[in-house]
Structure formats: structure tokens, C-alpha cells
Design a protein around this ligand. Structure first.
Ligand SMILES: Cc1cc2nc3c(=O)[nH]c(=O)nc-3n(C[C@H](O)[C@H](O)[C@H](O)COP(=O)(O)OP(=O)(O)OC[C@H]3O[C@@H](n4cnc5c(N)ncnc54)[C@H](O)[C@@H]3O)c2cc1C
Length: 322
């Protein structure tokens, strides 16, 4: 007979790990399915990146994350998550397996690229890095444009264009500038100020960026619309004028969107902001026993991605009907 899990968790980011830890503590029969390795979003941060969060906002137990300087780095956090999951807790996680479909019913059926599973409850914690926003212009090719910034190593003395007005674009521009790249930052908006709910730059990043710009260490072009990418340049329209900027490489750090196709196919209502509809207290969607958590909901930071799943899993345990 096929085993039916009490809970299947989709995604092993901070939210999925936090949920799994609670499921283990409550002796639920649970499984986490992760399409990459655990904490894949953090793995994609720039090498050596210091987090803006403090350790207590990133750990599963008080004072368990050890770090050297003021804030933990990407590497320290990855070490911590890996040892917590595999050595300390031995959580039940299948990695390198992608959930491709969730079928509603009792039990729910979770299909993956390797097979299928049955579960009385499914908690989806797939984050918001599922789809990278592209420029959608002529000449946009993998070898010319990157959507993620990992390291400055390849760009010393190179001309690099960074597109985007958020924190990632600002930090990347600064890092590349420090690594002696010739940086041109390109923004659609008329200044570094945030417009409405759009991307913003954190004050402690904006200040050094403005200083570098005023000192002529990097260039910033405002009011710019990307028109085309050529083998050694990028074509912009700036206030009705065509502007060609020569560059060796382009980083388009124009944000990501959650891939909600999994939820949509399952029948979950997606709101106009691209995020699923769910009960604000239980985090259950309109599909019975299908829950959402983490960055995929309207919780922006890791603090709540870690704090809220235990509440959801406790609710699932309390209402579990087999
Ligand atoms: C550069 C950068 C720096 C950041 N710094 C901070 C910071 O300092 N502090 C802070 O609070 N936040 C920070 N954030 C945001 C933070 O990373 C997120 O809030 C956090 O990762 C959300 O956790 P999550 O578990 O909800 O989702 P994620 O960490 O995104 O995890 C989702 C997981 O689901 C997996 N997955 C996706 N689809 C499937 C599928 N179909 N099947 C199986 N698995 C799937 C993914 O591979 C991934 O591992 C930063 C983000 C970036 C990009």
C-alpha cells in the first residue's frame, strides 16, 4: 500500500526547513521535496555577502548560528543550515527533485519529475525566485546578460552595465566598482529615490553608492529604457535620445517573480499582485489542506519565513484527519 504522508513540504528554503523541524518535533510523518539543494536562494547570493538581518532572525534555535563579524555571511548561513538539516536534525528531505503538479483531493497527490506521493496536507514554500524578470529586447543572450550576480572575479578592468534600481543592482554596482570594473548603472526612474511600491535601495547601500557616483567612480544613467543589446554595447533610449554604452557584460538585476504555476494548476486563486490567496490566520488556500508559507506569501524577510511555519504546522497537526 502507498504510504500517505501527514505533510509534504515543497521547497527547502528557511521556511521549508522551519516547517520540517516543527513537523519532526510533532512526530508527523512528513517529507520535504526540494528541486535544487537546501537553501538554494541563499546559495545564489553573491559570494561572501553579509546579510542585512541579524543572526536571531535567521536561526531555528536561539544562539545556534555562529559567525565572526557583525552580521552572518552567505557562507556562514549556508554552513549553519546544512549542519542543522543534515547533522543535528537529520530532517527528511529529498533534494534535486522538482514538484511538477499538486492534485487536490483527499489525500492530495504531489507529482514530481521522479514519481508521485500522497499527503493529507501540502505546504508550499517555493519562495519568489522562480522567474527572473527579463529585459525582453533584441540581442538578449545568455553570454551577454546575467540575471544573478555571484562574484566580481571575472570583471576586473571590464566595462559592466548593471540594470535595475533595487538593492541588488546597487550592491552589485558597488562591488564591481570596488573590484576595479568600469560600472554604468542604468535606471528607468529619474533618481535613486523609490517610486511607489517599486524597488528601493536600503539607506546603508545608497549612501556609499551616491558617494562613489559623486566621486566619479561609477556612472549612473537615469530615465533609461533598454532598447537592444549588441555584441559589444547596449542601446538605450534616454529622454527621446538614443544612447549607446559599450560594455563587456550586462547584469539585468530587475527582480524576480514567484512561479505560481504549481498553485494555479492546483486551482489556487492567485491575486492581482501575483501571490496566492490564503487565509491570513491558517495560511490555507482555497484548496482544502493546501497551505502556503514563506516569501511566496506576503512575508518579505527570513525572520517571518522562519517564525510562521511552526504555527501553520501546529495547526495542521491539530486538525489532521487521516
Ligand atoms: C541577494 C539577496 C539577499 C537577501 N538578504 C536577505 C537578508 O539579509 N535578510 C532577509 O531576511 N532576507 C534576505 N533576502 C530574502 C530571503 O532570501 C528570502 O526572504 C528567503 O529566502 C525566503 O525564504 P523561503 O523559504 O520562503 O524561500 P526560498 O529561500 O526562496 O526557498 C524556496 C525553495 O523552494 C525551492 N523550489 C522552488 N520551486 C520548487 C519546486 N517546484 N519543487 C521543489 N522545490 C522548489 C527552491 O529551489 C528554493 O530552495 C535576500 C534575498 C536576496 C536575493
Amino acid at each position: 500500500m502507498t504510504q500517505v504522508y501527514d505533510l509534504i513540504i515543497v521547497g527547502a528554503g528557511p521556511a521549508g526547513i522551519s516547517a520540517a523541524y516543527t513537523a519532526k518535533q510533532l512526530s508527523l510523518n512528513y517529507l520535504v521535496i526540494e528541486k535544487n539543494q537546501i537553501a538554494h536562494t541563499i546559495y545564489q547570493y553573491p559570494l561572501g555577502k553579509e546579510l542585512f538581518s541579524t543572526a536571531n532572525e535567521l536561526e531555528f534555535e536561539p544562539n545556534s548560528l555562529h559567525y565572526k563579524n557583525i552580521k552572518p555571511t552567505r557562507e556562514e548561513l549556508l554552513d549553519y543550515y546544512n549542519s542543522f538539516v543534515y547533522q543535528e536534525q537529520n530532517l527528511s528531505i529529498k533534494t534535486q527533485e522538482t514538484v511538477t503538479n499538486i492534485r487536490s483531493g483527499k489525500p492530495l497527490v504531489v507529482e514530481t519529475n521522479c514519481g508521485f506521493y500522497e499527503a493529507y496536507n501540502v505546504l508550499v514554500a517555493v519562495g519568489t525566485m522562480g522567474i527572473f524578470n527579463k529585459l525582453n529586447v533584441k540581442g538578449e543572450k545568455e553570454e551577454r546578460v546575467s540575471y544573478l550576480f555571484l562574484s566580481t572575479t571575472a570583471y576586473k578592468k571590464k566595462s559592466v552595465v548593471v540594470i535595475g534600481g533595487g538593492n541588488s543592482a546597487a550592491e552589485t554596482s558597488l562591488d564591481l566598482c570596488k573590484a576595479q570594473a568600469k560600472v554604468t548603472m542604468i535606471l528607468r526612474r529619474p533618481s535613486l529615490d523609490r517610486v511607489g511600491q517599486g524597488a528601493g535601495i536600503k539607506p546603508w547601500v545608497r549612501e556609499p553608492l551616491e558617494t562613489a557616483w559623486k566621486e566619479g567612480k561609477l556612472e549612473i544613467i537615469f530615465n533609461a529604457e533598454v532598447k537592444e543589446i549588441l555584441p559589444s554595447s547596449i542601446i538605450l533610449e534616454v529622454k527621446d535620445q538614443i544612447n549607446e554604452v559599450y560594455c563587456d557584460h550586462i547584469f539585468a538585476l530587475t527582480g524576480t517573480r514567484p512561479d505560481v504555476s504549481l498553485l494555479e494548476k492546483a486551482g489556487v486563486i492567485i491575486e492581482t499582485d501575483g501571490k496566492p490567496k490564503y487565509d491570513k490566520e491558517t495560511f490555507e488556500t482555497n484548496i482544502a489542506n493546501l497551505f502556503v508559507t514563506g516569501h511566496l506569501t506576503r512575508e518579505l524577510h527570513m525572520k517571518n519565513a522562519i517564525l510562521l511555519p511552526p504555527q501553520i504546522v501546529r495547526y495542521i497537526a491539530k486538525t489532521l484527519v487521516k
